[in-house]
Write a protein that binds this ligand. Structure first.
Ligand code: PLP
Length: 445
C-alpha cells in the first residue's frame, strides 16, 4: 500500500518535472534551487501542471484572491496534491487560494498577536521575560494559506540586510534577560547557509544567549533545502533547537522524513507546531496519526495552535471546543510525549494560553477529586500536615539549598505573585474597570 503510494508520487513528480522543463526531469527534482526557480505563482501554470481546470467564474474569484493574498507553491508540495479529489485535499487547502479568504469578519485583525506593537526594533517581538521572537527572513518558498502573518506575505520579498539584522542583535545584546532567541520569518532556512551562519555566530557571541531556536516549515514544503552542508553548519552552533510545522500526516513523505533524519542525526532536538485547521486536521484520528508519525521520526509534538484571528483565515477556524475535544482524545489515550500543548495565542498580544479539558472534578479541605481519561473518578488525599517553607525570596538563608546564583533577585509575576508568600498583592485588577473608575472618582471627589 505504502509502496503503491510512493510510485504514484514518483510518477506525479516525474510528470510535473517534465512539464516544467523538457530538458530536465527527476534528476533536478531534489535540487532545492531548481524547486525555487520553478515555484508556481499563477493559475495557468497550476492548471497545466496538475491537470485541474477551473470554471470561468471560479477562476475570476481565485484571481481576486491572489491579488490580495499571493500564490506560491513549490513543485514538490504541488506534487502531493490528490488531483482527483482536490476540493477536499488537505495539501490543496493549505496551498491553493480559496475565495473565502476575502471574507473579512468584524473580529478579524491585521496583526492579531500585536507582534508589531510589542516590537522594540524592527523584526523583534519581545513579549515574554526571558525570550523573544526574531524575524530574520521575509521570504517563504510556499505561501501557506493559513499563515498568521498573512498581512506580510509577498509584501517585500526581501532578506533583511546585515545592518538591519545587526539592530536586532544589538537589542538582544543590550537586554541581558534574553536567554532564548527564537528565529522565524518568513522561513529562516530561506537564507543562504552563509548568511544564517553569520547570524548564528553573532548571536552566540552574546554571553547571555543560552539557546537558539529556529521555526521553519521547510521540511514540509521544500525538504530538499535540508542539505548536508546546511546541517553541518547548524551543528557548529549547538544548542540549536528546530521547530517544524507539519499539519497533516500526508506531509510526512519519504523526502520529508529524510530531511528530518538529517536534522535529528545532527543532534538537533526537534519539535513540531501544528495549526488546528478546519477541513485539514480537525479530527482526532487524523491528529493522532500525525502525532504518531512525528514521534516515529523523532519529532516531539510541541504546540497545537488555535487558528489566529488574522484576516483571511475565517474559513480555517474551528471552535476552541474542537481543540479541547481533540485533546480529550489524546491525553491518556496515547504516549504523553506524543501529546502537544493546545494553545490560544491571545489576541492583543497576551501570549500563548494553554487550554485543556478539566480533570479536577471537585476539591475539599484535604481531598481532591479527579477524573481520568476513561471517566474513572478518583480521590487523592492530601497530607493533613504539610510543612511549607515560608518563602520571602531570600534564597541565601533557605534550607532548600537551591544555591541559585542571583536567585534572590527573582520576583514572582502575574498569577504566581498571588500564590507567593513574599508578595503582599491579594488581587490582580484590570486598571479601568467601572468599579475602579468609580472608586477613584470618589477619592478625588
Ligand atoms: C511563541 C512565542 C515565543 C516562544 O514561546 P514559547 O512558549 O517559549 O515557545 C516567544 N515570543 C513570541 C512573540 C512568541 O509568539
Amino acid at each position: 500500500m505504502i509502496g503503491d503510494r510512493m510510485t504514484i508520487y514518483n510518477k506525479r513528480q516525474k510528470a510535473i518535472a517534465e512539464k516544467i522543463d523538457t530538458e530536465t526531469s527527476l534528476s533536478n527534482w531534489k535540487d532545492y534551487k531548481w524547486q525555487l526557480r520553478n515555484v508556481i505563482k499563477d493559475i495557468d501554470t497550476f492548471e497545466i501542471l496538475t491537470g485541474i481546470k477551473f470554471g470561468k467564474k471560479e477562476r475570476r474569484q481565485i484571481e481576486k484572491t491572489i491579488a490580495k493574498f499571493p500564490l506560491s507553491i513549490t513543485p514538490y508540495y504541488l506534487s502531493l496534491i490528490d488531483t482527483n479529489e482536490y476540493q477536499t485535499d488537505p495539501i490543496f487547502k493549505q496551498s491553493f487560494p480559496d475565495p473565502q479568504e476575502l471574507i473579512v469578519t468584524k473580529y478579524d485583525i491585521k496583526d492579531p498577536l500585536a507582534e508589531d506593537k510589542d516590537s522594540p526594533v524592527p523584526g523583534i517581538t519581545h513579549r515574554y521575560p526571558d525570550r523573544l521572537l526574531f524575524l530574520i527572513s521575509n521570504i517563504c518558498s510556499m505561501y501557506c494559506r493559513h499563515c498568521t502573518r498573512k498581512r506580510k506575505v509577498g509584501d517585500v520579498d526581501s532578506i533583511p540586510s546585515k545592518s538591519e539584522i545587526m539592530k536586532g542583535i544589538r537589542y538582544i545584546k543590550d537586554t541581558p534577560a534574553v536567554r532564548d532567541v527564537l528565529l522565524s520569518g518568513g522561513d529562516p532556512f530561506m537564507l543562504s547557509d552563509g548568511y544564517l551562519d553569520w547570524i548564528l555566530t553573532e548571536l552566540q557571541k552574546i554571553p547571555h544567549v543560552e539557546v537558539i531556536r529556529i521555526g521553519t516549515r521547510i521540511p514540509a514544503v521544500l525538504p530538499y533545502r535540508i542539505t548536508n552542508d546546511l546541517v553541518e553548519m547548524l551543528k557548529k552552533h549547538h544548542p540549536i533547537w528546530v521547530n517544524t510545522q507539519f499539519n497533516h500526516p500526508r506531509e510526512l513523505t519519504a523526502s520529508a522524513k529524510e530531511s528530518i533524519k538529517k536534522l535529528a542525526d545532527a543532534g538537533i532536538p526537534l519539535g513540531n507546531q501544528s495549526v488546528l485547521l478546519a477541513g485539514v486536521n480537525d479530527c482526532p484520528r487524523i491528529m493522532k496519526t500525525l502525532l504518531h508519525t512525528l514521534v516515529q521520526n523523532r519529532i516531539r509534538p510541541y504546540y497545537l495552535y488555535q487558528c489566529d484571528l488574522s484576516e483571511g483565515l475565517n474559513h480555517f477556524r474551528t471552535p476552541v471546543g474542537k481543540g479541547i475535544e481533540i485533546m480529550e482524545h489524546l491525553i491518556g489515550h496515547t504516549s504523553g510525549f506524543a501529546v502537544p500543548r493546545y494553545v490560544v495565542d491571545a489576541p492583543g498580544g497576551g501570549g500563548k494560553i494553554p487550554v485543556m479539558p478539566h480533570y479536577i472534578v471537585s476539591w475539599g479541605t484535604n481531598k481532591v477529586v479527579l477524573r481520568n481519561y476513561e471517566g474513572v473518578i478518583t480521590s487523592y488525599k492530601e497530607p493533613d500536615s504539610y510543612q511549607e517553607y515560608f518563602c520571602d525570596r531570600n534564597c541565601k538563608e533557605c534550607d532548600l539549598q537551591l544555591n541559585l546564583e542571583g536567585a534572590d533577585e527573582f520576583n514572582a509575576v502575574g498569577i504566581a505573585k498571588l500564590l507567593s508568600d513574599f508578595d503582599k498583592t491579594i488581587t490582580l485588577t484590570p486598571k479601568e474597570t467601572e468599579r475602579i473608575v468609580r472608586r477613584n472618582d470618589k477619592k478625588e471627589g
